[in-house]
Ligand binder design. Sequence first.
Ligand SMILES: NC(=O)c1ccc[n+]([C@@H]2O[C@H](COP(=O)([O-])OP(=O)(O)OC[C@H]3O[C@@H](n4cnc5c(N)ncnc54)[C@H](O)[C@@H]3O)[C@@H](O)[C@H]2O)c1
Ligand SMILES: O=C(O)CC[C@@H](O)C(=O)O
Length: 529
Amino acid sequence: MFKVLVSDPISDVGLKSLIEDPMVDLTIQTGLEKEQLLNIIGNFDALLVRSQTKVTAEVINAGKNLKVIGRAGVGVDNIDLDAATDRGILVINAPDGNTISTAEHAFAMLISMARNIPQAHGKLKHGVWDRKNFTGVELNKKVLGVVGVGRIGAEVAKRAKAFNMDILGFDPFMSQERAEQLGITLASVEQIFEKADFVTFHTPLTKETKYMLDKPQFAKMKKGVRIVNCARGGIVNEEALYDAIKEGIVAGAALDVFEEEPAVGNPLLELPQLVATPHLGASTEEAQLNVAIDVAEEVANVLHGKGFKNAVNLAILPEEDFAELKPYLKLGQKLGSLAAQISTGRIEKLEITYAGNIADLKCEPLSRYIIRGLLSYHLADDVNYINAYKAAKSKHVEIVESKTHTSKGFANLVSISVKTANEYIQVAGSLLNGYGAKIVNINGYTVDANPVGNLLLAQHTDKPGIIGIVGTMLGEADINIATMQVGRKVAGGDAVMVLGVDKRIPEDVVKKLEAVSGINSIFNVDLQN
Ligand SMILES: NC(=O)c1ccc[n+]([C@@H]2O[C@H](COP(=O)([O-])OP(=O)(O)OC[C@H]3O[C@@H](n4cnc5c(N)ncnc54)[C@H](O)[C@@H]3O)[C@@H](O)[C@H]2O)c1
Ligand SMILES: O=C(O)CC[C@@H](O)C(=O)O
């Protein structure tokens, strides 16, 4: 018998496949305190949660028999994925079932904010007939900025179209064709922030999206802008939002998600301009049924050793398939991530070339790591080793792989080229005997950089003094340079500088570096994971 614990409220109709499975012994015990969960988790083969149960490393390590953790929903931020992967426990989610409900919720928040419905309702319930303080605004002909046009963002855009809104959208994977299909005008995030009357966020919380709407962005927004966040707390900086509301830049904000949840006591809740719900985006009968069905079926499949679709971590790598490739996997992932971080525009195509002795190996698993590195910069945990090709296909990224024995003097060389709507980026890496993994080429410039930690990459004119200026500016910002590499094609032409730095460079320092005469571009690259 497989023992399965459901520790958050999950639709019991949706759990039918597990309830009726003669091989499954199902326990539903919600609202457990941490100690109670720690005491019982060791008895179970599978754990099913929503977002309330915090599946920490401690819980995972106490789950001696755990084989699979199922998340009835999209975000897996309440599950310690690294700890699960270390223990060989598969984590699966249910990414599709709550799309419509969340899009409808975001739209409901947008309308109720525009017309002050919650505030007026509150007053009337307390016996006050106040008509003069609740004049709202129409949606008709207003500019709506949709940041993140994936499953939910696209559904929100469709609804906004029906309200005759002009929609600006940004998503690193949205093509012109897809934008036209949805009636969206493609725009940069900066353009959205400058032009929109309403901005709604539908991205995951990643290093790139954390605080993407912060004080400097608020300063450039239209006075009277209204903000919706039904994606994840932390995409909008709450402190900056509070100030922007107080300063009259933001006329209203509608939040379903918060940096700290439960958000009881959050200062934003004191502001009359704020409309808030306690993370209810997916809380409909339909969504909860859908995600419960999906996750229950997937968990049963895992327990019975059958196929499954939505694995979030890499717990079940068939290592024997690629023992010889293993040393290259991290390098591949880092090369993909580097290319994502130094490219701009929608990623259209990824070309991978395996050269030298690696060309004799079956490289598909390595390609999966490269794709994951490239796409996870924007898609976070939605892309993994297992679904890498599928994720690329769903985002219309063409993958081309080739092999050659000509490897430019290296015993082995992994080169990747990324074609975006704006440019063509090339990076290459190699496993050097005795030195480990190295980045050996960036956009045609020979370099010798370790693919780890924080890197500063500067493309600049090869002239005296530039390196000194960069060094001084970093020194003044108390940033230690650990390694330094400069690559150039001809003296006095263009060059690339790659600095390994001990901590991430703050954005204001990056801005100052960008302004240095002779520096053409700066990238603050994070290769820690
Ligand atoms: N409030 C809720 O209850 C609730 C319910 C479901 C989902 N969510 C959250 O909503 C978010 C979106 O879910 P989804 O199902 O649409 O995911 P999705 O993966 O289909 O879409 C997310 C999109 O964001 C894009 N993106 C990533 N980085 C970006 C950036 N810097 N700028 C612009 N776009 C960027 C991705 O390319 C992707 O297309 C997730 O964070 C999810 O956890 C919240
Ligand atoms: O379980 C919930 O209600 C939260 C759902 C949502 O945040 C998700 O990421 O799917």
